[in-house]
Write a protein of this length. Structure first.
Length: 363
């Protein structure tokens, strides 16, 4: 898969420069392109590239910030898609002294790309003021703006700088999140769930309290809350398990995991690993099944990674379960040779394990 940074082709930016010239005739297209594709261009990764484009753009648009923003706003209908994330990045670089114009621009740009990263410097500059604006966005008619209200203030937004004040104290986020709990858009609700999941990593009791208060409001809200508690469920948090119907009584005493087999015993990168086991329950129980793989790290130590298996509601009896996973490298996970352990977990508790050897091309 080609890295995302390669989406910034010369053709794309030549086309963008031509569009700018259409609304701002004095725009220096050759100068802009030469400054973008400088000697350091090839070494820049994705985030550095779109930040660099925004920085360069600031030197070729009018020095008057309001005028520059009006030019970009004129182009939002033509410049759509993730590559144009440098529009909101322009705001984050040059707009911190122009709040009214910048907040309008962030709302204008987010449907075409996303302003979720660009709002974060504003939160850090004046948290109370920015969160008040984002609370107002929860009532916006456009779902992209409502999603921005939640996504932009995620304490641990992937690829984004952590919002450390909100990691330590997420309470200021709850007026925004509760206002969106029953939003009509699944796109928005999923963002709310992700925000709450971020919070649950540092304040599990706070998220569980909110989930308890709102569970049962609607099917969509219940689904949101369960997704919000997914890290707690994955870790086997007893209160989260109970809340979503997997707790109560001595469930583990009534459930057995047997005949775990992992095949093949030795595997190479790119091959499929298969495992099978039997699930047996002596009385009706609801179980959250997971499997975990203890991956070997570069230093030879292992670190477990848990994965979800289909849940069983009110299960009783005996069932053979099999699963397969292709062992291959990802941008987020590199595999190293050695003994790997597969374990089966019931409601967060390990019940059986077996292993396999992984060989890589250098073995």
């Amino acid at each position: 898969m080609e890295p995302l940074k390669h989406m910034y082709t010369r053709e794309l930016l030549e086309d963008f420069a031509l569009k700018v010239s259409g609304v701002y005739p004095s725009f220096d297209r050759p100068g802009f392109l030469a400054a973008v594709f400088d000697n350091g261009w090839e070494a820049r990764e994705l985030k550095d590239r779109y930040r660099h484009i925004a920085q360069v753009l600031g030197g070729f648009l009018p020095a008057d910030y309001d005028q520059a923003i009006r030019i970009l706003e004129t182009l939002t209908g033509e410049c759509t898609g993730f590559p144009y994330i440098f529009f909101p990045e322009f705001v984050s670089l040059f707009g911190l002294e122009h709040w009214d114009t910048s907040l309008r621009a962030l709302c204008s740009f987010t449907p075409s790309s996303s302003s979720e990263f660009a709002v974060r410097p504003f939160i850090e500059a004046d948290q109370d003021r920015m969160l008040a604006a984002m609370l107002a966005w929860t009532q916006a008619p456009n779902e992209h703006v409502r999603r921005l209200a939640s996504e932009g203030c995620r304490p641990r937004l992937p690829w984004g700088k952590p919002l450390r004040r909100l990691i330590a104290d997420p309470e200021p986020l709850f007026p925004i999140l509760t206002a969106l709990l029953q939003d009509e858009s699944e796109y928005v609700r999923r963002s709310v769930a992700n925000n709450l999941n971020d919070i649950s990593k540092d304040h599990p009791e706070t998220v569980l309290k909110l989930a308890t208060a709102h569970l049962g409001s609607s099917r969509e809200t219940d689904r949101l809350l369960k997704h919000a508690c997914r890290t707690l469920l994955k870790k086997g948090n007893p209160e989260a398990l109970r809340l979503f119907g997997f707790g109560g009584g001595d469930i583990q005493a009534h459930v057995e995991i047997g005949e775990l087999r992992v095949e093949p015993e030795t595997i190479r990168l790119g091959e499929e690993l298969r495992f099978s086991f039997r699930l047996a329950a002596s009385q009706p129980v609801s179980v959250r099944l997971q499997y975990a793989i203890d991956y070997v790290k570069a230093n030879g130590k292992t670190a477990p990674k848990r994965f979800h298996l289909p849940e069983r509601k009110e299960f009783c009896g005996d069932e053979a379960i099999s699963w397969g996973v292709t062992v291959k490298d990802f941008t987020t996970r590199k595999h190293y040779p050695g003994y790997h352990r597969v374990s089966i977990l019931v409601n967060g508790e390990e019940r059986a394990s077996a292993g396999f050897m992984l060989e890589t091309s250098g073995d």
